[in-house]
Design a protein around this ligand. Structure first.
Ligand code: 13P
Length: 424
């Protein structure tokens, strides 16, 4: 593989970053397995250390690490053609262009979940996204279909901020507190998990009268929950939960944060929880935490008339300072529908911002954060992995399948079906 193949091109956004490039954008950090091989090929003494998500990482045959971008494209195209309708490739909007060009369908988390449920004719669903999305596709697809995540190390650090043991601990504490509240026709707490969570958390919601939401239907899901319960426990994204609750008119004093790293969530007195309507898990998306009100103010100074659109995983002050907020699909739609000549500052992942800038040359579109940073986990789906999994399918072998056990899938399916019925 040439060094060009492994070099990030995040500097090519329509507006050049003023500061240094974010470390996360360095391909050798994101593809340590490939980088190790490159180092070996070059005779390096110290291999690159493995990344934190390495427990799910898989080794791909060495030959793929040595292929040029052109050769990878050629082999992906050949394998894709040989598989025909037996395979469907889904691509999340955050995927790099070298991947998204192969997607039969692109979308946000909600749309991709719908696609996964609606393509029963394909034997294989190759999900170019992250682990929780592939798990959901496995749950929503037919039993005979197999879901493949090209690089199993493509996870989500926010999803990893909530695990079943911590959620059950919180749930038990809340149950003990609310048990004596007296009879009511509504449940004391409804658990709501963001799509960015492991399948066992979705199953927890299914078992406990709860639901899954995505950033495109979170408001509708919270309304659904409040029709059935007096409170909502929302995990793992504190910010999406707060932004949605405030947009629905829930006062800030009725929104509390449960810090899973501290005893009793770091909450000092029972009254706080008794008066709460929304209990937020303390989780966040590192990419979206980079966006600030100062960046928005600077964009407004430098581009009079600029419109700002951000993802609701951003902090509330950022969402409040923006003109629009919404899921990746909403961000695309708002910009697509804007008039030629309009100027857009965007607060979301850089691969999507760069693509929007390229696809709309009649508009000025730039990332609010000058230190542009891709979602490092999404970025782990490299064309080498896609070529490998497709060629294995042509050879009759399934590698990197994502499979959820039946019991977890059964309950998670219930929570996902409730989500799909709430279109937002
Ligand atoms: P969307 O559902 O808006 O595509 O968001 C997915 C995601 O993981 C954002 O960080």
């Amino acid at each position: 593989m040439t060094s060009d193949t492994l070099t990030s091109d995040t500097q090519t956004a329509s507006v050049q970053p003023a500061g240094p490039i974010c470390d996360e954008s360095r391909e050798e950090r994101i593809l340590p397995v490939l980088a190790d091989w490159r180092a070996q090929v070059a005779g390096a003494v110290h291999p690159t250390p493995r990344h934190a998500g390495a427990e799910r990482a898989d080794q791909i045959p060495r030959e793929y690490a040595l292929l040029s971008a052109e050769e990878l494209d050629r082999r992906i195209a050949t394998a894709r053609a040989a598989l025909g309708d037996r395979v469907v490739i889904l691509g999340h909007h955050y995927q790099r262009d070298e991947i998204i060009r192969w997607a039969d369908a692109r979308g946000d988390s909600f749309k991709l979940a719908q696609f996964a449920a609606a393509r029963p004719e394909a034997d294989y669903i190759v999900f170019c996204g992250v682990h929780f999305m592939a798990e959901s596709a496995d749950i929503l697809s037919q039993p005979n279909q197999r879901v493949i995540l090209p690089n199993p190390a493509a996870g989500c650090s926010m999803a990893d901020m909530a695990n079943i043991a911590e959620v059950e601990e919180c749930w038990d504490a809340l149950d003990a507190l609310y048990r004596d509240e007296g009879n009511s026709d509504r449940q004391a707490v409804i658990p709501v998990t963001y799509m960015n969570s492991a399948a066992d958390l979705k199953a927890f919601c299914g078992r406990n009268g709860g639901i899954v939401c995505t950033s495109s239907n979170a408001a509708s899901v919270l309304r659904w929950a409040f029709a059935r319960g007096r409170r909502v426990l929302f995990f793992p994204d504190e910010h999406l939960g707060r932004n949605t609750a405030l947009a629905l008119g829930i006062p800030p004093e009725e929104i509390v944060v449960w810090d899973q790293r501290r005893d009793f969530g770091g909450i000092e007195d029972d009254a706080t929880l008794l008066g709460a309507r929304v209990i937020l898990w303390k989780g966040w998306c590192s990419t979206h935490q980079r966006f600030t009100v100062e960046q928005i103010e600077r964009a407004r100074r430098e581009y009079p008339g600029v419109k700002i659109v951000v993802h609701p995983e951003c902090r509330h002050d950022v969402v409040a300072a923006a003109d629009y907020n919404g899921s990746t699909e909403v961000i695309i739609k708002v910009i697509e529908e804007a008039p030629a000549g309009s100027v857009w500052g965007v607060g979301t992942e850089i691969n999507l911002v760069k693509r929007l800038a390229r696809e709309h040359p009649d508009k000025t579109i730039f990332c609010l954060d000058p230190v542009v940073c891709p979602c490092s986990t999404m970025y782990r789906v490299h064309p080498a992995y896609l070529a490998w999994v497709l060629e294995e399918l042509v050879a009759g072998r399934v590698v990197n399948q994502v499979s959820v056990d039946d019991e977890t899938a059964r309950w998670a399916h219930i929570a996902l079906d409730r989500m799909l019925a709430n279109k937002g």
